[in-house]
Design a protein around this ligand. Sequence first.
Ligand code: GGG
Length: 359
Amino acid sequence: MSRTNRIHSIAVIPGDGIGKEVVPEGLRVLEAAAKRYGFELKAEEHAFASCDYYLKHGAMMPEDWKERVSGRDAIFFGAVGWPDTVPDHISLWGSLIQFRREFDQYVNLRPVRLMPGVPSPLAGRQPGDIDFYVVRENTEGEYSSIGGRMFPGTEREVVIQETVMSRVGVDRILAYAFDLARSRPKKHLTSATKSNGISITMPYWDERVEAMAANYPDVRWDKYHIDILVAHFVLNPDRFDVVVGSNLFGDILSDLGPACTGTIGIAPSGNINPEGRFPSLFEPVHGSAPDIAGQALANPVGQIWSAAMMLEHLGETEAAAGIVAAIETVLAEPSLRTRDLGGRASTSECGRAVAEALS
Ligand code: GGG
């Protein structure tokens, strides 16, 4: 990490679909931030981890992908997936999931915040009412490659995929989430479970939550089965502070949360290796959105906010706060919003406005 010399070297991977449209806006804002806050950014762009690359090379990434990016301070990622040409499970497992696992990015941190000026689809909610984090376990759980298909294509076909929960894997994500809850004014943690129906792994998850909670007497905590938890996200999002879930539950909750704040288009995320042994990866929560790709309709704010999370991770806290403030300024102005928020601004008009608000 180059926290002291303030030269930050990042690998840039636009990926597929709207990733190619929103990443340039993220870079535009990063460059404006570098100028304004006096750090240097060295960005190297890669065309791999995309379905175009797969079609040319028969794999999502080159064999030496790790060497190509491992010396970087962080990875700035757009989106992956183009199901017309490559099945989604091949593109995802061949790229993002490789990064998360090989670089031990076991925390997927996903803030959910109602921004000033953005109309909430939930009646009567004001900015400040919805402000929480989803902490998603990012290297195991339901995203396991253990399983198989027997008697494929026959009437006897059987398909099995195992869920993996290791003590190390569960405890480290819970410790991260409890630490985060402890650092916040509300000091409250909610655990997503389904231990009534999933009778082996989820009771284990609950057991570890209870054991971990004993180390954090100052943090209030509760747990909900995932089915009622999603209902509370829609009906009472104001009650949450830090929500921790397994890989699958965390993924679902972190799409639903931002949808309750107006649009998933503004939601950022960090795939973090907290120990700093490997580069962390920052990407918007949304995917490649083939339905709107190439039409300048994509909201760049999720990518730009992810840039702010990346700078925070790199120690540029003032610049990170400056970007979030610039996002708030732009979102408060209806004419600068993209279509998903009822506005008419194009992807680059919105991105340029954030960069200008920053300088
Ligand atoms: N920018 C995020 C992205 O491309 N996501 C594609 C996707 O389907 N992700 C699933 C996941 O995060 O597990």
